[in-house]
Design a protein around this ligand. Structure first.
Ligand SMILES: NC(=O)c1ccc[n+]([C@@H]2O[C@H](COP(=O)([O-])OP(=O)(O)OC[C@H]3O[C@@H](n4cnc5c(N)ncnc54)[C@H](OP(=O)(O)O)[C@@H]3O)[C@@H](O)[C@H]2O)c1
Length: 248
């Protein structure tokens, strides 16, 4: 199936690692030029950009810290000046901390909400004017948005907010821009490994219908399909990719 993405320009926020890096690569395979952002891992972002260039597509690397409105504004200005109109924006960046209920302090609570929810809002608000009509935004939430998560309830709350924010953005930006969400289960990235390490060793085989954690590339391929013109009639949706952890 041709995803009809050839010649589009994509932005992957959080393209320096994990699902974001895999998404940048898949989008490049599908014919997109790709801009990737990083917070700390400039090396990771450069490795992602190198993979995009190996696929004979253009790549850009820029810093963006979702905790900082100034950083978001600067990134939007740089995108406008150097990259041009965007066809696809993926908000993959996220921040998770495993902390028991009793020990979550106000600063940690605020930071997790800030990165996963407030930052996603500010980024889409700043970057939406750069998206050409017919373009698409994909946010990345989590199965925790549906299940709740006792040892990272700030993260689960933020991701539940992101699912709802996605619906509001879809209403706001229609009919020109589609906005959808992909909500993965535990995926074998840096963040996913931390989560897996906090669970019983037999968690995947006993709690997941497909008895295994997700590969980042599979989540990335789902994001690419949702972002592509093939999904032109889909907006405001949240796609669960969670091994049946929360069928709904
Ligand atoms: N892996 C899982 O099990 C899983 C499950 C459900 C949902 N998710 C979601 O999937 C998305 C990608 O996660 P991942 O598994 O790929 O994790 P990851 O490998 O740890 O990557 C996280 C990404 O977020 C970026 N980031 C972190 N804080 C940021 C900030 N303040 N501003 C801007 N960027 C920031 C990181 O940038 P730097 O490295 O450059 O600092 C990195 O690119 C996240 O939204 C996560 O919540 C993951």
């Amino acid at each position: 199936m041709d995803l009809e993405l050839t010649g589009h320009t994509a932005l992957v926020i959080g393209g320096s690692s994990g699902i974001g890096a895999a998404t940048a690569e898949v989008l490049a395979e599908e014919g997109c030029d790709v801009a990737v952002t990083y917070r700390r891992s400039v090396g990771g972002a450069q490795r992602t950009a190198a993979r995009v260039r190996e696929l004979a597509r253009r790549a850009w690397v820029l810093p963006l810290d979702l905790r900082s409105p100034d950083s978001v504004t600067r990134a939007a200005e740089e995108l406008s000046a150097s990259v041009g109109p965007l066809g696809v924006v993926v908000v993959s960046a996220g921040h998770n901390v495993i902390t028991p209920f009793e020990r979550i302090g106000a600063p940690e609570w605020r930071e997790v909400i800030e990165v996963n929810l407030t930052g996603a809002f500010l980024a889409v608000q700043a970057i939406a004017p750069l998206i050409r009509p017919g373009g698409a935004i994909v946010t990345v939430a989590s199965v925790a948005a549906h299940t709740g998560a006792p040892h990272h309830m700030h993260y689960a709350a933020a991701k539940a907010g992101l699912v709802n924010l996605t619906r509001s953005l879809a209403r706001e930006l229609a009919p020109d821009i589609r906005v959808n969400c992909v909500a993965p289960g535990i995926t074998l990235t840096r963040m996913g490994q931390d989560t897996a390490d906090s669970l019983a060793a037999d968690y995947a085989t006993t709690s997941l219908l497909l008895q295994r954690f997700a590969q980042p590339r599979r989540i990335a391929q789902t994001i690419a399909v949702v972002a592509s013109p093939v999904a032109e009639y889909m907006t405001g949706a949240t796609i669960d990719v969670n091994s049946g952890r929360f069928p709904r």
